[in-house]
Design a protein around this ligand. Structure first.
Ligand SMILES: *Cc1c(COP(=O)(O)O)cnc(C)c1O
Length: 402
C-alpha cells in the first residue's frame, strides 16, 4: 500500500507527467541490475556537459556511449575472464570486426587460421578489396605456418580455439610468442571457452572476443558480443572505433545476458557433460568415421587443449564414413526429432547441421583411402543425454537402412 500526498496542480498535465520526480530508490536493494534506459542522459550543469565532450570510458554523456546496465555487464565479463577492459557490442562478429579495425589500416596485413569462423574470412576479403588490408591464412595445426606467414607489415595475428566446425586446437602459446616477437597484436575468438575454460590474458593475448549470443545469454534469445583486453593502448584504439561507428547495445538485452551469466558455469558444465556423453555414444555407431571433439586424444592439438584449457563446450562434429553422400547426411539431420536444424549454439535446445569445409581442410580428416565423408555439427543443449542419443541413433539407423 502506498499513499501519496496530493499537491494542487500548478502545471498542465503533460508537463506534470514529464517532470514529476520518480520515487526514491533508497532502501531498495536486490540482485538484479536495473535496466537503465535513456538516450538523453542529464548533466547537472553546463560545465559538466562541456567537460565530457567525447570522452572514452565509463561516462554518461549520451545513451549510445553507455549506461550502468551495459557497464555492469562489461565489468562482470572482465572479472570472469581476467581482463582490465571490456565493452559489449551488437554481436560476436562485430567484436571481431572491431578488433580488426583497431589493429589494421590500409597496407597492413593480418593472419587468420584456415579453420576460422566463416564470416571472419568474408570480413578479411572485404577489408582487402575495399580498404587494401592484406590477409593470409595459416594452418592452425602447425605453429611454424604462423612463423612463415608473418610479413613486415603484419600487425594482427587472429586465433580461434578450437577452430570452427572441425575443432582443432592450435598451439596458442607458440602463436602468441611468435606474434609478440614480431610486434604484432594478438586476438582470440574465445567463444567456445565462454570466457571460463580458457584465460587469454594469462597467455599474453591483447584481445579476446566472446559471442555472448551463445552460452552467456544461454537462452537463444539475444545477439550480442564482447571485446576484452588488458592492453590499455590497444583497447583505447578499439573503443575509438566503436564510438566512430556508432555501435550501441540495448540495455534490455544486457539485462538478459546478465541474467544468463548467473548460471553460466552451471550450464556450461552440464551441457559439456551432456555433449561428451552424446559424442562418446556416437563413436560406437557404424556410420560414424570420426568424432571431432577436443576431449578425444585423436583430436589434432589435444595436447595443447589439455595444457591450456580447463573445460570444454557442448559443440562438436561427426564425420560420416566416406561412402555416405551429402544427401544421406541431410536425411540424417532431417530425420532427427529432438534436434532443431539451426545455426548458433549454447542455448537449451540441441541443434544439428550438415556443414561444409573446403577440401584443403579435409586432409587430416581423411580415412585410410584418403577419403572424407560428410560432416555433421551438433550443438548439445540441456535435454536428457539418453533421449538425444536415442534420437541420433534412430536417425543414423534409418539412413543406414535406406
Ligand atoms: C557465433 C559465433 C561468432 C559470432 O557471434 P554472433 O553473435 O552470432 O555474431 C563468432 N565466433 C564463433 C566461434 C561463433 O560460434
Amino acid at each position: 500500500m502506498s499513499t501519496f500526498k496530493h499537491k494542487p496542480a500548478v502545471r498542465g498535465p503533460s508537463t506534470e507527467i514529464i517532470h514529476s520526480k520518480p520515487v526514491s530508490s533508497a532502501g531498495f536493494s536486490a540482485l538484479p541490475v536495473p535496466v537503465y534506459r535513456g538516450s538523453s542522459t542529464f548533466f547537472d550543469n553546463t560545465a559538466a556537459q562541456r567537460a565530457t565532450v567525447n570522452p572514452l570510458g565509463l561516462d554518461y554523456s549520451y545513451g549510445l556511449h553507455g549506461n550502468p546496465t551495459q557497464y555492469t555487464l562489461a565489468k562482470k565479463l572482465a572479472e570472469i575472464e581476467g581482463a582490465t577492459h571490456a565493452l559489449v557490442c551488437p554481436s560476436g562478429l562485430t567484436g571481431i570486426a572491431l578488433v580488426a579495425q583497431a589493429c589494421l589500416k590500409s597496407g597492413d596485413h593480418w593472419l587468420i587460421p584456415e579453420n576460422v569462423y566463416g564470416p571472419v574470412q568474408a570480413l578479411a576479403r572485404s577489408l582487402h578489396m575495399d580498404y587494401g588490408v592484406e590477409f593470409s591464412e595459416y594452418d592452425p595445426c602447425n605453429a611454424s605456418s604462423v612463423a612463415e606467414g608473418l610479413r613486415t607489415n603484419t600487425t594482427l595475428v587472429w586465433t580461434e580455439a578450437p577452430g570452427s566446425l572441425t575443432f582443432e586446437v592450435p598451439d596458442l602459446q607458440a602463436i602468441v610468442a611468435l606474434a609478440k616477437a614480431h610486434g604484432a597484436r594478438t586476438g582470440i575468438d574465445n567463444t567456445w571457452a565462454a570466457g571460463i575454460a580458457y584465460k587469454p590474458f594469462e597467455h599474453g593475448f591483447d584481445f579476446s572476443v566472446q559471442a555472448l549470443t551463445k552460452y552467456q545469454c544461454g537462452h537463444a534469445d539475444v545477439l550480442m558480443g564482447a571485446v576484452l583486453s588488458n592492453n590499455t593502448k590497444a583497447f583505447a584504439d578499439l573503443e575509438r572505433k566503436n564510438r566512430i561507428l556508432g555501435l550501441g547495445v540495448s540495455p534490455a538485452d544486457c539485462d538478459l545476458v546478465l541474467r544468463g551469466l548467473l548460471t553460466l558455469p552451471l550450464r556450461y558444465k552440464q551441457q559439456a557433460d551432456n555433449g561428451l556423453l552424446v559424442a562418446t555414444a556416437l563413436k560406437q555407431h557404424p556410420a560414424v568415421a570420426r568424432v571431432l571433439h577436443p576431449e578425444f586424444p585423436e583430436c589434432p592439438g589435444h595436447a595443447f587443449y589439455k595444457r591450456d584449457f580447463n573445460g570444454f563446450a557442448s559443440i562438436f562434429s561427426i564425420v560420416l564414413k566416406a561412402q555416405y553422400s551429402d544427401e544421406q547426411a541431410c536425411a540424417i539431420i532431417d530425420n532427427l526429432k529432438l534436434f532443431k536444424i539451426a545455426y548458433s549454439w549454447g542455448g537449451p535446445e540441441s541443434l544439428g547441421l550438415v556443414v561444409n569445409i573446403p577440401d584443403s581442410r579435409r586432409r587430416h580428416l581423411a580415412d585410410e583411402h584418403g577419403r572424407c565423408g560428410p560432416i555433421l555439427r551438433l550443438a548439445i543443449g540441456l535435454e536428457e543425454p539418453a533421449d538425444l542419443i536415442a534420437d541420433l541413433m534412430q536417425a543414423l539407423d534409418t539412413t543406414n537402412r535406406a
